[in-house]
Design a protein around this ligand. Structure first.
Ligand SMILES: C[S@@+](CC[C@H](N)C(=O)[O-])C[C@H]1O[C@@H](n2cnc3c(N)ncnc32)[C@H](O)[C@@H]1O
Length: 367
């Protein structure tokens, strides 16, 4: 190693390096097993119907008893399930496990992350091809697991943390609270942010737009389910399939882009269209990853996570269109600032919102 190269000192020995790689492999296996438990309904059954022996869980979930036993034993060995002694033994999901793996409203709900990783893994042949020839793998090709994972992962943050975060900034709260305020939510995905904005501001009309037809269908279905208990929201939310670079001019009081700008192949074009779509004095808020100001290695868990997403999903998605800014998940503040100013916004502020997941909120001003 050259004198100037940096390396984490705790990986200097072959044994430590090998252990680190083995830990990564074990983590990948846990992730695949979490996907099985999530998609086959095993966690949900253990959470809702209580502890079970292998045959019992297989019968409850319509799965094969031999595979069910192998999965239960793997989960116990890796420490995610407990075991009640007996013949046969029964397997237990703890209250903490229930929340992390099965509660879609919890801020600690992490099962969707396994779906994201496994959905990306299924596209490995396309990813290898893209890495060789500079092409990409589009969001639509990543398909259902990745789309639903994204929506489910951010839903609790939107429902639980977004309203308080917006209300904590008086200037923003006042404008969003104006009677009849028209708000755009670009790249709305499954629509949970759109629905939350409408609930938070009862005088508003919120328009979710997304370029991906299945995402629009998912958002409409989520709205239909939600409006069974809240008809008013259904009257004030619309979901449209639309490229955000084609928004109507002079139409919205405010616009939001939640965790989507870094995926877009032409972010400046989209931001310029959003700016034109705003009424005088209107503003845009971009919520994107709270990565560090500059590249530093080794990085913390947030940087590791975002580079992981970038390698497997976001950069290939962005590069699946030509031309592409090829931003990737690790969109640092200076990059966002440059995009916004190039698009004609007059200033970019980082909002004092620090407790919403992995995210940073940027306020893009028009005047
Ligand atoms: C990572 S997902 C984020 C979805 C949602 N905002 C959330 O936080 O769950 C990015 C979304 O942006 C959408 N998208 C990408 N480019 C777009 C464009 N030019 N116009 C509208 N939507 C776009 C994708 O279809 C996808 O649904």
């Amino acid at each position: 190693m050259s004198a100037s190269a940096t390396s984490p000192t705790d990986l200097d020995s072959v044994d430590a390096f090998a252990q680190r790689v083995l830990d990564s492999v074990l983590g990948s296996m846990d992730t695949l097993a979490i996907l099985l438990g999530d998609r086959l309904g095993w966690y949900r059954s253990l959470a809702e119907d209580g502890p079970a022996a292998a045959d019992e869980l297989a019968a409850r979930t319509g799965t094969h008893p031999r595979y069910t036993r192998e999965w239960l034993e793997q989960q116990a060995v890796t420490g995610l399930l407990g075991v009640e002694d007996g013949d046969p033994p029964r397997f237990v999901l703890s209250p903490a496990g229930r929340e992390v793996l099965t509660d879609p409203h919890s801020l600690s709900y992490l099962a969707p992350l396994a779906r994201m990783i496994c959905g990306a893994t299924m596209q490995l042949p396309g990813l290898l091809e893209a890495y060789r020839d500079g092409g990409g793998v589009s969001w639509s090709r990543f398909g259902r697991d990745v789309r639903e994972s994204q929506a489910d992962a951010n839903r609790p943050l939107f429902e639980k943390s977004l309203p308080g975060a917006l209300r904590s900034i008086p200037e923003i709260d006042r404008m969003l609270g104006e009677p009849g305020a028209r708000i755009a939510d670009i790249g709305c995905g499954g629509g949970w942010s759109t629905i939350t904005l409408a609930r938070t501001y009862p005088g508003s009309h919120v328009h979710g737009v997304d370029i991906d037809p299945p995402s629009v269908a998912l958002a409409r279905s989520n709205l239909a389910t939600e409006s069974r208990t809240d008809d008013d929201v259904a009257q004030r939310v619309t979901f449209t399939r639309c490229d955000a670079s084609e928004l109507p001019a002079g139409h919205f009081r405010a616009a939001f882009a939640f965790e989507c700008l870094h995926d877009m192949p032409r972010p400046v074009e989209v931001l310029a269209a959003v700016r034109r779509s705003l009424t005088p004095g209107g503003f845009m808020i971009v919520m994107d990853e709270a990565v560090a100001e500059t590249f530093t290695a080794p990085g913390d868990d947030l940087e590791r996570l975002m580079y992981g997403y970038s390698l497997t999903v976001c950069l290939p998605d962005g590069m699946s269109h030509t031309p592409s800014a090829a931003t990737g998940t690790v969109m640092r503040p200076a990059t966002l600032r440059r995009y916004a100013l190039d698009a004609g916004f007059t200033a970019v502020d980082v909002l004092p919102i620090e407790d919403v997941g992995f995210f940073r909120f940027y306020l893009l001003r028009t005047g």
